[in-house]
Design a protein around this ligand. Structure first.
Ligand SMILES: [Mn+2]
Length: 265
């Protein structure tokens, strides 16, 4: 029988607009998760080390350019066809578009919870429609989600505000965020977690520092408040080259554990 949950690395960062590094993230997150400093039990008490119904299968094999997106979509679709739920470790945020293409082929009426400092709704960025600044424009214009709910946003310019209105995106800007925020999300729910949603004080190892963000606890509380089933997730934009003493890798490893726990539910 297929595993209930599969973790897979998607080491693509060629669509980053500012710095490279997130391609190194999956390996670094795994190293820190298994270094011995943290155990494998989630806050709900799920001991991932004692369960055999999930596995981390390493990284996808990827080409470049448009072929990389096709590679991600095909390999994700193959995994999903076995009945498993997938947690993807980016990579830059561009990977979420081909992942959602595969996920939307399995789950109708998808709700995406997108946690990020940036709306990533550009029609194109620096001449590229594959940029990590664009994935949610591609997802919405292709009708791949019935709801897109964004939390943590604090870098919304006029173009992206227009795009959000055009696509009917529900944006909870950081200035309106409250730690006890309760989202009314019905399943199936996909969580796309860009680590730059966190304040750089909590997660310095990202390419785009945007101060005034979420705490690690804010994100954990938000995830635990979701009532509907989480059927897929990604953790993107960790950049080991920008990290200090693996602090951000530990944050990513924490979310890795918690998200695998939610996906196993
Ligand atoms: Mn992003």
């Amino acid at each position: 029988m297929a595993d209930k949950v599969t973790v897979v690395g998607v080491p693509l960062d060629e669509n980053s607009s500012f710095l490279h590094g997130p391609a190194l993230a999956p390996a670094r997150i795994r190293t820190v998760l298994h270094a011995g400093a943290m155990n494998l039990t989630t806050e709900d008490g799920v001991d991932l080390g004692a369960r055999s119904d999930w596995h981390d299968i390493g990284n996808l094999e990827l080409g470049t350019g448009e072929a990389a997106f096709a590679d991600i979509e095909r390999q994700m679709a193959e995994l999903l066809a076995t009945g498993t739920r997938v947690l993807a470790l980016g990579g830059d945020h561009s990977i979420t578009y081909p992942i959602i293409r595969a996920v939307a082929g399995v789950h109708l009426k998808l709700t995406i919870l997108h946690i990020d400092a940036h709306p990533d709704l550009y029609d194109e960025f620096d001449g590229s429609r594959r940029s990590h600044a664009c994935p949610f424009a591609r997802i919405m214009e292709n009708g791949l989600a019935s709801r897109l709910v964004q939390v943590g946003i604090r870098a919304m310019n006029a173009h992206q505000r227009q795009q959000a209105e055009h696509f009917g995106v529900e944006v909870i800007e950081m200035r309106a965020f409250r730690p006890d925020l309760a989202l009314d999300l019905r399943g199936p729910i996909y969580v796309s977690l860009d680590l730059d949603a966190l304040d750089p004080a909590f997660a310095p190892g990202v390419s785009h520092h945007e101060p005034g963000g979420l705490s690690t606890r804010d994100v954990l509380r938000l995830l635990s408040s979701i009532e509907g089933p989480i059927i897929g997730a990604d953790i993107v934009e960790y950049n080991p080259i920008r990290d200090h003493a693996d602090m951000t890798a530990a944050v990513a490893a924490k979310f890795y554990k918690e998200l695998v726990g939610y996906l196993l539910k």
